[in-house]
Design a protein around this ligand. Structure first.
Ligand SMILES: Cc1ncc(COP(=O)(O)O)c(C=O)c1O
Length: 393
């Protein structure tokens, strides 16, 4: 058993870490320093409010440090790094501001919204009525005028922007006022675009009228897997008062220390990183489109985020494409959504995006044997093993 588990992890590291082109937009890589903190002594320790456990004198300062830099990076009045994942951050916002039978308005999973927010997920768990934003699949965005009407009509208690398929900023500025006038709290699930917001290359939900920004810390934000909540003072303090003991008992301090360091990297390098992520996504989208791939939103320049969306009409054909690509060590999901955050973190630029588009074309369009393509994928990956946008360089 010991040999088996060690060997499985080694094989995974060798394959996904060295030989694969990782194009899943929900994933990223940490710098060595951030990753190192995950296995620090902190990983063994407990804390609790009210100083129940002794031995926490440095951990208290770590929490303070993390919150300070998070507030600075996101321009927020309050920050909390304790949520164990993006899903838990969503849960904390929803549970803090809605009660059974209230309406939550968000992007439907059919339109790329996060399924965990919907009826089988948090809305169901809290007996909320989930009402979708009126949405244009053509533009991959909320229809503003119809949404205003819908908000006036259904009077949601909470309105949540953000989604799993997110290529363009959402009309927070246009809708927040109507939402507030009709008694709603406004949140933004920035799980996917947190690193682009931190790098000031996406919309800024907290300045546009959202009271809270929350989600994952490991997609475009290149921290360890986990969650974060940024908010104005009023909403932040309400949530802070509930996190312990309702939603998180022991926070994971190794992760919080690692996230703090990742936020410091973001502060220094985030602007250049986010700019390159988006530029890479646009280049990749254009190149794939020119090869004849069904890239969505050509009329809008394809994307303004880290995601490039291919339209295969659902998971069934999407899975066939994704499996074919996996045979060539090109890793995407079954939507098919292609993300440029990880390859950008590894230093790839526009030239490599053209190369990736070519590798995808050879695999999917030309049906070249995957063994052939794999060799070129490995060659490309071998040149980009160093992690950029961090202090180590
Ligand atoms: C929009 C959105 N919110 C929340 C989550 C859940 O995040 P986590 O995996 O960090 O719990 C996801 C997952 O990918 C997501 O896409």
């Amino acid at each position: 058993m010991i040999e088996e588990i060690l060997s499985l992890v080694r094989k995974h590291e060798e394959w996904r870490g060295r030989k694969c082109l990782n194009l899943i937009p929900s994933e990223n890589v940490m710098s060595h320093a951030v990753r190192g903190l995950l296995s620090s002594e902190l990983a063994h320790r407990y804390t609790a409010r009210g100083r129940f456990y002794m031995g926490t004198r440095f951990i208290d300062d770590i929490e303070q440090c993390g919150e300070e830099i998070a507030k600075e990076v996101f321009g927020a009045e309050t920050a909390d790094l304790r949520p164990l994942s993006g899903h838990i951050a969503d849960l904390i916002f929803i549970a803090s501001f809605a009660k059974p039978n209230d309406v939550v308005m968000c992007v439907s999973p059919e339109d790329g919204g996060y399924p965990g927010m919907w009826k089988d997920g948090l809305a169901g768990l809290f007996s909320l009525r989930a009402v979708p934003f009126p949405f244009s699949k053509h533009d991959m965005n909320i229809r503003v005028e119809e949404a205003k009407e819908a908000i006036r009509r259904v009077k949601p208690k909470i309105v949540i922007f953000g989604a799993s398929l997110i290529t363009f900023p959402y009309p927070v500025k246009e809708l927040a006022e109507v939402a507030h006038e009709n008694g709603a709290r406004v949140g933004f699930d920035g799980s996917h675009v947190m690193g682009l917001i931190a790098g000031e290359h996406f919309q800024d939900p907290l300045k546009e009228g959202a009271s809270a920004l929350f989600g994952s810390t490991h997609k475009t934000l290149f921290g360890p897997q986990g969650g974060i909540i940024l908010a104005d003072r009023e909403h932040g303090e309400i949530m802070k008062a509930k996190i312990y003991p309702t939603f998180v008992d022991n926070a994971h301090w190794n992760r919080i220390a690692a996230l703090t360091l990742a936020l410091a990297e973001m502060k220094k390098f985030g602007n250049a990183y986010a700019d390159q992520v988006i530029s890479n996504a646009k280049t990749l989208a254009r190149a794939l489109y020119d090869h004849g791939f069904p890239v969505r939103c050509q009329h809008l320049g394809f994307t303004q985020s880290h995601q490039v969306l291919l339209d295969y009409g659902g998971f069934e054909l999407g899975r066939v494409i994704a499996e074919k690509l996996q045979d060539a060590n090109i890793i995407v999901d079954c939507v098919v959504r292609i993300g440029t955050c990880e390859v950008t973190r590894c230093g790839m630029k526009e030239r490599e995006m053209m190369e990736i588009a070519e590798l995808v074309k050879r695999t999917v369009m030309d049906n070249e044997p995957p063994e052939n393509v794999k060799k070129d994928v490995a060659r490309l990956c071998a040149d980009f093993q160093k992690i950029e946008y961090c202090f180590e360089n």
